[in-house]
Design a protein around this ligand. Structure first.
Ligand code: SF4
Ligand code: SF4
Ligand code: FES
Length: 240
């Protein structure tokens, strides 16, 4: 194992450039540890984002040697072949500075996809019980553990080409709500999902599924949305 890592870090805005740093190699070091070491020991002006360090908050995504990753759970030993790391901001979102991107457009897709639970009961109503073996609940459960990291959004080339596309994370969220029997917002949600920029813009190449750090499969969720939207259209519940 090389004693020192050669680390290229993106500095500046979208017109910035990579700058090279030397960082001591440590056992069990993560990519986020490397970025933090540079900020604490070499350049305090380096901007980047993290919170939990344990794979829960979804704020530490960066491009590492050409691939979007959650950096707090990515060990250097797995990605730094030859002792070299290239770390940049994630793609498909505007760079604010260095490794920090503006997530506004990403969260706007969640709003646009009606990714907010719409209650069908009041606070006074008894709590609905959805049995664990319920098929819709199982479909929702399989997609629910999203940490909003935008790794899939950065990996999706439809997002890159089509600014109207809602993207894998927002559509995956919509799928969980569509399968939530307590939710009352599905007519409105399905109309958006079936429209331009919705599920039919996905070409199912599975880059989102391949990169999702928590093992979700947005492609499968989007395939479910396509089936559900088509059924709603055939029943006359939504327009063409
Ligand atoms: S499968 Fe669909 S959502 Fe996933 S990366 Fe490909 S185009 Fe994007
Ligand atoms: S689906 Fe996976 S990659 Fe996409 S935002 Fe959620 S956790 Fe991140
Ligand atoms: S810092 Fe929270 S997921 Fe990486």
């Amino acid at each position: 194992m090389a004693e020192v890592l050669e680390v290229l870090l993106w500095r500046g805005g979208s017109n910035g450039r990579y700058q090279t740093y030397e960082v001591p190699r440590r056992a069990n070091q993560t990519v986020l540890d490397v970025v933090t070491w540079v900020q604490r020991h070499l350049d305090a002006t380096l901007s980047y984002r993290f919170a939990c360090r344990v794979g829960m908050c979804g704020s530490c995504a960066m491009t590492v040697n050409g691939r979007p990753r959650w950096t707090c759970r990515t060990h250097v030993s797995k990605v730094a072949g030859g002792g070299r790391l290239t770390i940049g901001p994630i793609e498909n979102l505007p760079v604010i500075k260095d490794l920090a991107v503006d997530m506004t457009a990403f969260f706007a897709t969640w709003q646009a996809a009606n990714g907010v639970f719409a209650p069908s009961a009041t606070r006074a109503a008894p709590i609905a019980r959805i049995a664990p073996e319920n098929a819709a609940r199982q479909a929702a459960d399989a997609a629910i553990e999203c940490i909003n990291c935008a790794v899939c959004y950065a990996a999706c080339d439809t997002v890159r080409w089509n600014p109207a596309y809602l993207g894998p994370a927002a559509l995956n969220r919509a799928w969980t709500l569509l399968n939530d029997e307590r939710d009352a917002g599905n007519a409105k949600r399905l109309a958006v999902i079936a429209d331009d920029g919705g599920c039919y813009a996905c070409h199912s190449h599975q880059s989102c599924q391949e990169h999702c750090p928590v093992g979700l499969n947005p492609t499968a969720s989007i395939a479910g949305l396509k089936r559900r939207a088509m059924a709603a259209y055939l029943k006359g519940e939504i327009g063409s």
